[in-house]
Design a protein around this ligand. Structure first.
Ligand SMILES: [Zn+2]
Length: 340
């Protein structure tokens, strides 16, 4: 085997000499390297294949000893947030192509490696870094949002979101028993079961009708027993009595026992509620179930418009102003059961 010797300025034969390598980039590795020596002038020669093998061995030892991050770990970090090599490079504030090089097997310094590892282990730190990169204009809106939305998905489970909605609803809707909640303390769990039950009996239940079902159920209950069932407060809205402050919207997002479907129609959007069938009737007393069944029987074959019109004939709607809370006093005089 002959190689070109720049000193002898010709093709020469060479021998291999083993030399100890004690450290690499400040880390003790205690290995060796092979060096080609010119047979004629005895100078060190550069032979590509030999150098590559040396580097491979040294890098591997260095990675191991210094606990350097692997290319796969870097790829995994990028895939988690769906970001490119260029985006990650920008977030970290490294020089151009750095991440590309590391992923192809290039060896980071110990400091850079430790830094990337820290960000992988500590999501808050990574997000902080992303915010900083965004503020400094190193990354754009799109990259920023990708990371932030992934972080939100990651940190909050579906159960936590549901519980947060329930807590929020309790905070907003719960009030001391009075004539506006039918002397009943709000019971979200019961409401969820009742909605699931109604939706299982009524085809094409829309959110607009659901409001009337719940109102009628509570009114009939108050009419018969001087106490409501759900503890909800209702107000006068254009299409009839409605849960106050449009909180039916949040209620419809609780999806343990039913699902909300937003459907586009010619007249705008309609929200439908479909039962998941897993309602728990143990949460509802026999009296209450009878009242619920009575209202379902009266309303189930009526259209949204018909139900709306029915509610407009009720004193509770006629005698209150728009957005005013509807007192359960009006339950004493319910049209819906008179007409039957
Ligand atoms: Zn030579």
């Amino acid at each position: 085997m002959k190689v070109y010797c720049p000193y002898c300025k010709k093709e020469v034969g060479y021998e291999i000499e083993k030399r100890n390598v004690k450290e690499f980039k400040g880390i003790e590795i205690n290995t060796y390297e092979n060096v080609a020596i010119c047979n004629e002038c005895h100078q060190d020669l550069y032979v590509n294949e030999i150098e590559e093998k040396n580097n491979e061995r040294i890098y591997e030892l260095y990675r191991e000893k210094a606990n350097i991050i692997s290319p796969q770990d870097i790829v995994a970090l990028r895939e988690k947030y769906d970001i490119s090599q260029r985006e990650l490079t920008a977030i970290l504030g490294f020089g151009k192509m750095t991440i590309n090089r590391y992923e192809r097997g290039g060896v980071p310094t110990k400091a850079q490696s430790d830094y990337i590892k820290l960000l992988i282990d500590n999501e808050d730190k990574f997000v902080e870094k992303v915010k900083e990169a965004y503020q400094n204009g190193r990354i754009n809106d799109k990259t920023y949002e990708k990371v932030i939305s992934e972080e939100l998905n990651d940190n909050i489970s579906k159960e936590e979101i549901q519980d947060n909605i329930r807590r929020y609803l309790k905070f907003i809707l719960n009030r001391k028993p009075d004539i506006y909640n039918g002397y009943k303390v709000l019971d979200i769990e019961k409401i969820e079961n009742i909605i699931s039950y109604i939706a299982s009996k009524v085809k094409n239940l829309t959110i607009t009708s659901l409001n009337k079902y719940l109102w009628y159920i509570d009114m009939l209950s108050f009419n018969q027993r001087s106490v409501a069932i759900t503890g909800l407060t209702y107000q006068n809205q254009k299409f009839g009595p409605t849960i106050v402050d449009k909180k039916y919207d949040e209620i419809s997002l609780l999806d343990d026992k039913y699902v909300r479907e937003d459907i586009e129609t010619e007249n705008g959007n309609t929200t439908k509620i479909k039962s998941s069938g897993n309602y728990d009737l143990d949460k509802i007393s026999r009296d209450e179930k009878e009242i619920i069944d009575t209202i379902i029987k009266i309303l189930k074959d009526k259209t949204v418009t018909e139900i709306s019109e029915l509610s407009h004939k009720e004193e509770g709607w006629k005698k209150t102003k728009r957005f005013e809370k509807i007192s359960f006093d009006y339950a004493m005089n319910l049209n819906i059961i008179k007409n039957k």
